[in-house]
Design a protein around this ligand. Structure first.
Ligand code: ADP
Length: 317
């Protein structure tokens, strides 16, 4: 179905991104709660329409590990992107938000970060990410290009889904310029390629690197490269390209450690494929496991509320 702004009731703000805000909206005709992302772009109308057309392939991106796309439209110079509302938000805000935590109730992790994701939960989250990425590659022939904890969403049922992947060349081009953040999830070959103006060195295994880094961040509750690199982009990129790869905090199994080590192999050609990752003992153990994901999400939401983070939606659906 085609959607437009007149059919929406604004429920409340879910978050702010680099390019605009994300609102929770109620779509009256379908009676669906949605998340509507506003992306402000200084582009002429034909380019904006081009983006809307490119986003259309998202209607084919239907998988349990992908946030469902409902449609997009433009108003003036903004693109409005409507998607499935994920009522527990992004993984970073659930497990730490990139900030070292002083949470007395959490098990002590190293360096002041809090260890808060039991291995079976971490395993299930990782399996969902890998299956989602494999689906995008096999079924839509696309790479994600921006795998990081803020782009992994979760709901109270415990479902884990990917969002914000690169389907629109035009949109990517318009957003890319300001995209060097203070915490980089880019693989070494991509950093080297961009510094030499050869972005073609970017392949599907660059997303595998970002998976490894993201799950370490989830496990630690904060970005894995040393804090002294946060304020210095150059030092951070140096550390990623030449420094030792980060590891999981103590307490995780040897299989888990091996899994992230393989994701973080510096040579992109040495990293496993998605099929190999799914067969790795760390993820293979997920198949028949009973994991109370909904229970873990509920606890994590309580901890987040206790830290004083504003609940996602101000009005419950
Ligand atoms: P960024 O630009 O940093 O990637 P986004 O603009 O994608 O951030 O999103 C900002 C915040 O809005 C996210 O951190 C998340 O908490 C929230 N959000 C985004 N999409 C959804 C969604 N589909 N459901 C619920 N919350 C969402």
């Amino acid at each position: 179905f085609k959607i437009n702004m007149d059919e929406m009731e604004i429920v409340g703000e879910l978050g702010k991104g680099n390019y605009g805000s994300v609102q929770q909206v109620y779509h009256r005709p379908s009676e669906i709660n949605m998340a509507m992302k506003e992306i402000r772009l200084e582009l002429d109308e034909s380019k904006l329409n081009g983006i809307i057309m490119e986003l259309d392939v998202l209607h084919r991106a239907v998988a349990p590990e992908i946030v469902e796309f409902y449609g997009a439209f433009t108003i003036e110079s903004c693109v409005y992107y409507c998607m499935e509302y994920m009522d527990a938000g992004s993984l970073d805000t659930l497990t730490g938000g990139g900030v070292p935590l002083a949470d007395a109730k959490a098990e002590e992790g190293e360096e002041g970060c809090a260890l808060r994701v039991p291995e079976p939960v971490l395993r299930r989250i990782t399996a969902a990410m890998v299956r989602g990425l494999k689906f995008l590659k096999d079924e839509l022939q696309i790479m994600h290009r921006d795998v990081k904890p803020t782009n992994v969403l979760i709901n109270k049922k415990g479902e884990v889904k990917l969002v914000d992947f690169g389907v629109s060349g035009q949109l990517e081009k318009s957003l890319a310029k300001t995209n060097i953040g203070c915490q980089s999830y880019m693989a070494p070959e991509r950093i080297k390629g961009e510094s030499q103006n050869q972005p073609s060195t970017y392949t599907v295994s660059s997303d595998v690197w970002s998976v490894g880094l993201s799950i370490i961040e989830l496990a630690k509750g904060c970005y894995p490269f040393p804090p002294e690199t946060f304020a210095n982009v150059f030092a951070q990129l140096q550390a990623i390209v030449y420094g030792p790869a980060p590891t999981l905090p103590p307490g995780y199994s040897a299989d888990a450690q091996d899994f992230v080590a393989k994701c973080l192999i510096k040579d992109a050609n040495g990293r496993p494929t998605y099929a190999q990752l799914l067969e790795h003992p760390f993820l293979a153990a997920d198949k028949d496991a009973e994991v109370d994901m909904a229970g873990w999400v509920a606890e994590a939401l309580e901890r987040r509320a206790a830290r004083g983070v504003k609940p996602l939606a101000m009005v419950e659906a």
